[in-house]
Write a protein that binds this ligand. Sequence first.
Ligand code: ADP
Ligand code: X2W
Length: 260
Amino acid sequence: MKNQILKIVKIGGNVINNEDALRSFLKDFAALEGPKILVHGGGRKASEVSAAMGLEPKMINGRRVTDEATVEVVTMVYAGLLNKKIIANLQSFGCNAMGLSGADANCILAHKRIVKDIDYGFAGDVDAINSEIIGVLIKNNVTPVFCAITHDKNGQLLNTNADTIASEVAIGMSNLYKTELNFVFELKGVLEDIEDKNSVIEQINSEKYEQLVVKGVIADGMLPKMHNCFNSLEKGVDKVKIGDASLVKSSTKLYTTLSL
Ligand SMILES: Nc1ncnc2c1ncn2[C@@H]1O[C@H](COP(=O)(O)OP(=O)(O)O)[C@@H](O)[C@H]1O
Ligand SMILES: CC(=O)N[C@@H](CCC(=O)OP(=O)(O)O)C(=O)O
């Protein structure tokens, strides 16, 4: 099967929060030929729902501090509302999708994120991807759709950055398939100047990446996204691209390609 290309596409919270943009993206994703996996975030919606419930959203270095009440909210938002809404839309476009958290069929095993001096609470770092069971779904023409929830096999659900899930799933699946990872967000790619939406940097290798970080061109959510891109290339993913929703239709030539 190593001659087949598996596409892993990740969509972020800003696309998900726009009803029309989401539906249009899902229509294009459904039409994508060949084996594919969708990974979705939803950070914006989770922050809105948390705030409405009187919980103040708190992010550190692009990751959500997830206390006991917040892990319940993110599970309801990611694994419930958003995942099922996405599945229903994909079904409407003829794509036989199945919505999954990392706990379902033990697809994504994680452990509580431990970082010196920062308590992220119930945030998870990925340990293992069950490529065998995911492969069985794909071979049976079922498209897996993962949300940003994993588990630790001791009954604890964990909130895991959706970019990290996408890159770990791509790495895990590269023992079975050639893998291409696409990060879809609201901009056309990684920008040289954040104020100029067309200033897309078309090629970034690891050397250029370091220069861009030092110059302060890459910041906020783009920092963990790029880190995940290079991590996946180092661990066997064949191709990584960052761009807007037209990336999936291959109707644009303007996007960022990452290389080592
Ligand atoms: N050089 C850059 N090019 C593009 N986006 C950048 C750059 N530096 C920082 N960003 C920020 O990173 C954000 C993308 O990260 P994030 O919000 O985590 O994406 P997602 O929508 O996939 O969750 C962009 O919305 C933008 O504000
Ligand atoms: C631990 C952690 O930070 N989890 C993320 C998961 C969702 C996500 O990554 O959503 P976007 O892709 O829309 O940003 C969060 O709760 O925001």
